[in-house]
Design a protein around this ligand. Structure first.
Ligand SMILES: [Fe+2]
Length: 261
């Protein structure tokens, strides 16, 4: 149970404490109409905070001010608009906040604003410090060319690479089916080495096959039930999965972008 959190009273739902008391506090909020899940990571020892994929900069800045946390860091798992919408506002209300993402997002046209870029190779990781806590930032392309996955201190923040029931689509501009396949093979080998009870925190809240809409899961449940992780046993099986592409307006826009390049 969480008693100490001051919430922000505006149009958005207040954040929920997913984890607290063991060195890392994690707050989660669903913001916007696309079921985006934002995650705030707070080092309890130093009060340094990092927001992942902010839909609203002001919302998270206010949460941190009211709780006495220093919002020094922001990670963008990737550069799709619904994961970066709050960045300009965040920099306006908190100009010293570092904004991190992988440089390969430039391959899909990202030109900022950000302040710092990772440059490591795909299917590898680098360390990233949030106060006294260290996380691994894995480059897992496929949904976008520079999509990163964040792992450490009891949590796996999966962005749009993996959702709880399936994986992210690969048919948008900059997406790549084979890279997603390789990323999921890589991630599966990484996740198998983690404790079963670590939390999985995806970039969107989507309906599962059983009709439920959870916003978090465990590594154990993900490895057992996720259709994409099950489907990567063979390339032929994987590429037939129905959620890798959709015939919608976004796919049409991606076709136009590819034609222009
Ligand atoms: Fe995305």
């Amino acid at each position: 149970m969480w008693y100490g959190l001051f919430v922000v009273e505006e149009q958005f739902t207040p954040p929920v404490a997913i984890l607290s008391g063991g060195g890392l506090t994690v707050l989660q909020a669903q913001l916007g109409e696309w079921d985006n899940l934002n995650h705030l990571l707070v080092c309890e020892k130093t009060s340094v905070a990092c927001i992942v994929d902010p839909f609203s900069g002001e919302y998270w800045n206010d949460v941190c001010i009211k709780n006495g946390w220093e919002l020094n860091l922001c990670i963008l798992t990737h550069s799709h608009w619904d994961h970066t919408k709050g960045v300009e506002e965040l920099l306006r209300v908190n100009p010293s906040c570092q904004i991190w993402l992988h440089e390969n997002e430039a391959l899909r046209g990202w030109s900022g604003p950000d302040t710092d870029r990772w440059s490591h190779e795909q299917y590898s990781s680098v360390n990233f410090e949030i106060g006294a806590l260290s996380f691994n930032i894995h480059l897992t392309p496929g949904h976008t060319p520079g999509h990163v996955s964040i792992i450490g201190n009891g949590v796996y923040i999966s962005g749009d690479c993996l959702f709880l029931g399936r994986c992210g689509r690969t048919d948008l501009f900059g997406g790549d089916l084979k890279s997603q396949y390789e990323s999921l093979l890589y991630l599966k080998s990484v996740l198998r080495k983690l404790p079963n009870n670590w939390l999985v925190l995806p970039g969107h809240q989507y309906l599962l096959a059983d009709g439920s809409t959870p916003t978090t899961s465990t590594i154990e449940e993900l490895l057992k039930n996720n259709l994409a992780l099950i489907g990567i046993e063979t390339w032929d099986n994987f590429k037939k999965l129905h959620f890798l592409s959709f015939d919608d307006n976004l796919a049409e826009k991606a076709r136009r972008q590819r034609a222009q390049n």
